[in-house]
Structures are given as C-alpha cells and as structure tokens.
Design a protein around this ligand. Structure first.
Ligand code: GCU
Length: 409
C-alpha cells in the first residue's frame, strides 16, 4: 500500500520526463483540440483535412497566435553582393545575395548568406535558418540566437560554428542564413521598424490580428527562399527551414505557411513553438506575451492563463507541415521549453501523417536520451542544455539524408 502510494507520488515528481512505458492519453482525453472527429477512415480524414480543416487550423493560428502577414502590395528585387568567395578552411564557397522588398512606403533589404560545398555535382539541398547577428560576420552563428559574442553575459553556443558548418557541407548540403534584424529587429517598438513599416504607416493602428515579429521573421524566411530559388546550384525543391529557440518558432510558422519548404526543423522552440501551450509547463503564454509583447499578434495576449479557450494548440502547428517531413528536438535541461510538451506535439501531429498513409512517430515509440526516433515526424531529446549542437545537426542531416536522398544512415 505504502509502496504504491510512494510510486504514485513519484510519478508526479518526474512527470516532466519521459518514460519508456508511458501511456499517452488521446488528444481528447488530454483536453486538447482534436484534428478531426474520431472514427473516420484515413482517406476520408485526408479529404476533410485538405479541403477544409487544414485551412481552419491555419486561419486560427493566423488570427489568434502569430497574426496575418500581408498577401501582396510589394515587389521584389534581387542583387548579389558577393558572387563566390572560396572558404578553404570550410571547403566551401560563400555567396551573398540581397532581397530588396519595395512597397509604396519604402524599401527593406534582407541579406542572404549561402555556403555551398566546393565539390558538388548538380544542385544541392540546403538548410535555411536565421540568426540575430550581423550577416557580414565571417561565419554564421548557428547557436544561441540572443547571445552576442562581445557580451560578457553571453551564453553563446559552445559549438564552434565552423565545426558544425563543415559537417553540414561535408555531407553535401548547403547552408543559408539571414539576419533576423534585417527582417524585423527583436524589440517592441510598436511595429514601426523592420518589414512592418513597409506595410503600415505610423498613423495606422496595428490590428489585433496583424502580424507580430515571429510572423515577420517567417515571412522573411520565405523571401530568402525566393532568393535561393534563383540559384542554380541550390535544389529549391529540397530546402529545409530550421531554427533554434525563438527562431525555431519562426521556422515552424514559416513551414506551415509556405509549402515550398520541403522540410521543417524545430530545435528547442518551446512556448509558441513546438510545446503544447495548455500544459502551462516551463514558459507560459502569459509569460511570453509579457516579456516579448511583440512576438505574437494582439489577440494572443488574451490567452494568457486561458489557453483552453484557444481553438488550436501547438501540436496542430507541427501538423501543418504534413505530409512534408518535420523534426522536433528538445534538450533534457531545457525545462523552460518543456521537452515533454514538445514530444507530445510531435506525437499528436503524427495523426495527420496517418491520413496520408505515412508514419510519423509510432504510437508505441517513446524517446530515449540521445536517440533519434520516428519516420516522417522525427524527434529526439538530447542531454544537456538549451542549444543547437553538433549532435542535433547530425540527427537533422541523417533525417535529411533519409527523406531528401533516400539514404539510410
Ligand atoms: C527566451 C524566451 C523563449 C525563447 C528563448 C530563445 O528564453 O523565453 O521563448 O525561445 O528566449 O529564443 O532563446
């Protein structure tokens, strides 16, 4: 009796972690919004998902979470600022392009830095991400997005970017990055700077469903893809959008909106990214809106401590990538991003892959530390802290090899 009681109490203490024998409640049992009513065949589900339900889910995220980006009203121009510089240490070539976005209110420019392996035959698949630093740096910053190298309080990734970059290039992939500041600086200025200013003038009220900064970043990733589509050496049908932490939130939203992204990867994206908001574990909706009031749209602010009133939750964001391959990764010490909530999102999103006859995360498969699981939906939890490490990248490269190149690791 006592032993059972102790075991019962222990299950609460460790409820943030993942167990091999874990029984996962259905979405309905867990109080989460469901994709479709139960009992429909996969074929029927796919029909409903494609004809109406996907649109409803996307529209709910647009209206209540990230905000709507403008659908037109701009023209694009492309320039090249560095055609091809050899990077012998990386065994790579670096190119720099600029996307100029012109509206009747002005122009903004997004610089795209692209690394390609020196030796390649034909066009190569590319990982596209974003960072919060100056794109003129010699090497892109692939780790923590907020830490500045000159800042003594910095917690910049321990990974040497050149090691990770060399690994990506050696495996035959290109790597492209943009500076999030070119798209929209990460500060709350009432949406007056960045691409927001191109579409709304000072006198216009920012409506509660207008795009926030994450939506602007996602939009910027699509403009970078416009630039990559013009590069002959890039296989634009195999561009994976990837992001760490706040950039992971933006990558997931970019992948949901823009089906040209052939793969979507979220690294430790947490609240407003892969983690289920209703769990209120780690960072909460109330907290993220208070500390980063510019990230989401105005409507999202009404859902702090009222997550259950939202018609969607983040497992649905992952499912918007379907049937394209999607990967979610967590770090064991990253309680702030709620690793279990991130796993559950990927787990529940797998239902939509089943509509397509594809297998995402197998219903009986549970994460083991430092092991990649899943098929069309990939997941791993790695030991260590909030970061994007060589181990994470190795898993993404294996995943891309499998889905882009049909190779088994
Ligand atoms: C903060 C924020 C997170 C975000 C992270 C990051 O911790 O609360 O939501 O993911 O910064 O971008 O690294």
């Amino acid at each position: 009796m006592w032993l059972r009681l102790i075991a019962f109490l222990m299950s609460f203490i460790v409820s943030g972690s993942i167990h091999a024998q874990d029984t996962i409640p259905s979405m309905a049992e867990a109080g989460l919004p469901v994709f479709l009513p139960a009992g429909l065949s996969n074929e029927r589900s796919r029909q409903i998902w494609e004809s109406t339900r996907r649109e409803q889910v996307l529209a709910a995220f647009e209206t209540y979470v990230y905000g709507k980006a403008p659908e037109g009203g701009y023209t694009l121009g492309f320039d090249r600022i560095e055609s091809s510089s050899r990077q012998p240490k990386l065994n790579a070539e670096r190119r720099r392009m600029v996307v100029n976005i012109q509206t009747e209110r002005g122009m903004a420019s997004i610089k795209v830095t692209l690394f390609l392996p020196l030796e390649h035959s034909g066009s190569v698949p590319v990982f596209l991400g974003m960072h919060l630093f100056d794109s003129s740096r010699e090497l892109p910053v692939i780790g923590q997005p907020w830490a500045h190298p000159t800042d003594s309080t910095s917690t910049l990734s321990l990974e040497d970017p050149s090691v990770v970059l060399r690994m990506i290039l050696n495996r035959g992939y290109g790597f492209a990055t943009i500076d999030a500041n070119d798209v929209d600086p990460d500060e709350h200025d009432g949406f007056k700077n960045g691409v927001h200013a191109l579409f709304h003038d000072e006198t216009q009220r920012h409506a509660p469903d207008d795009w926030g900064t994450l939506a602007a970043w996602a939009w910027g990733l699509s403009r970078a893809l416009d630039a990559l589509e013009r590069e002959e050496d890039v296989d634009a049908s195999k561009v994976a959008v990837i992001g760490h932490s706040r950039m992971g939130k933006a990558a997931l939203w970019a992948g949901a909106l823009d089906s040209r992204f052939a793969m979507v990867i979220s690294n430790d994206s947490g609240c407003g990214g892969a983690a289920i908001s209703r769990r209120q574990t780690g960072e909460t909706v109330a907290h993220i809106n208070r500390v980063f009031p510019h990230w989401f749209c105005g409507h999202f602010h009404a859902f702090g401590d009222r997550e259950q009133a939202l018609s969607v939750d983040q497992h649905m964001l992952i499912a918007l990538a379907a049937p394209r391959p999607v990967y979610v990764a967590s770090a064991e010490e990253d309680a702030w991003a709620d690793p279990r909530g991130e796993f559950l999102s990927a787990f529940y999103a797998s239902e939509v892959y089943r509509y397509y006859g594809l297998s995402g995360l197998h219903p009986d498969e549970r994460p083991l530390m430092n092991q990649s699981i899943g098929d069309r939906v990939g997941y791993h939890i790695r030991s260590g802290r909030h970061d994007i490490t060589a181990f994470d990248w190795k898993c993404y490269l294996d995943f891309a090899d499998r889905h882009f190149l049909g190779k088994q690791p």
